[in-house]
Design a protein around this ligand. Structure first.
Ligand SMILES: Nc1nc2c(ncn2[C@@H]2O[C@H](COP(=O)(O)OP(=O)(O)OP(=O)(O)O)[C@@H](O)[C@H]2O)c(=O)[nH]1
Ligand SMILES: [Mg+2]
Length: 201
């Protein structure tokens, strides 16, 4: 779901019509998979070695310039992976246009729990045009417990179960520590959302 706003900016007696597209992106996944680290790396806020568990949710806004007159505003909700925030989470899920489902490549159970996260999101915000990026994080660590083919099979399941489109989903192996694929996965989400708008118009 992408909301559209128009704003007029007065600049040296020139009036420019700005189109502002606003969309909500939710970062979710198990405890300590690296959601906050991914967000911090994307914003250039630096990597923190300690695990400072998110309480409830953190919020950040990224404004992406599309062209001279168009801006995409991603409202990013970074949710706590800790159990106990379920009822709170539902509120944050509402109206999401895209989701980053994050797991830790070295802990297989965090991949297996992605289905729990997605079904929670879908129950709170059924939306036929959801953009889904799956991030296998901590790619800088050696011991990988999930193969890319398994993620492909999970995408297949999302397609059949929720009717999502193939071009709305992508898998990235990321590292918040080295920055690998962090910019790319946000770029994918932004492009897929813009594609969606073009299809609607
Ligand atoms: N090696 C490595 N460690 C990472 C990476 N991303 C996060 N970490 C570490 O993993 C731990 C958890 O990171 P967070 O970003 O706090 O995880 P989270 O998913 O936000 O956790 P919650 O908010 O509790 O749900 C921290 O100690 C980070 O330093 C990564 O890409 N590589
Ligand atoms: Mg966190």
């Amino acid at each position: 779901m992408v909301k559209k706003y128009k704003r007029t900016i007065r600049h040296n007696k020139l009036y420019i019509m700005m189109k502002r597209l606003v969309s909500k992106l939710v970062l979710c996944g198990d405890l300590a998979v690296g959601k906050t680290s991914i967000r911090r790396t994307y914003f250039g806020d630096g990597f923190i070695r300690d695990h400072l568990s998110t309480l409830g949710a953190d919020f950040a806004i990224k404004r992406i310039k599309i062209d001279e007159n168009t801006q995409l505003e991603l409202q990013i909700w970074d949710l706590a992976g800790q159990p106990g925030f379920e009822s709170l989470r539902k509120r944050f899920f509402k109206g999401a246009g895209s989701v980053m489902l994050v797991f830790d490549l070295t802990r297989r159970e965090t991949f297996e729990n992605l289905d729990y996260w997605f079904s929670q999101l879908w129950a709170a915000s059924p939306n036929q045009s959801m953009v889904v990026a799956i991030l296998g994080n901590k790619n800088d660590l050696e011991k990988h417990t999930v193969k890319p083919e398994e993620v492909d099979r999970y995408f297949e399941k999302l397609r059949t179960k929720y009717g999502l489109e193939k071009n709305q989903m992508r898998y990235y192996e990321t590292s918040a520590l080295t920055g690998e694929n962090i910019e790319e996965c946000f770029q994918f989400v932004s492009n897929a959302l813009l594609q969606e708008i073009k299809m609607q118009n």
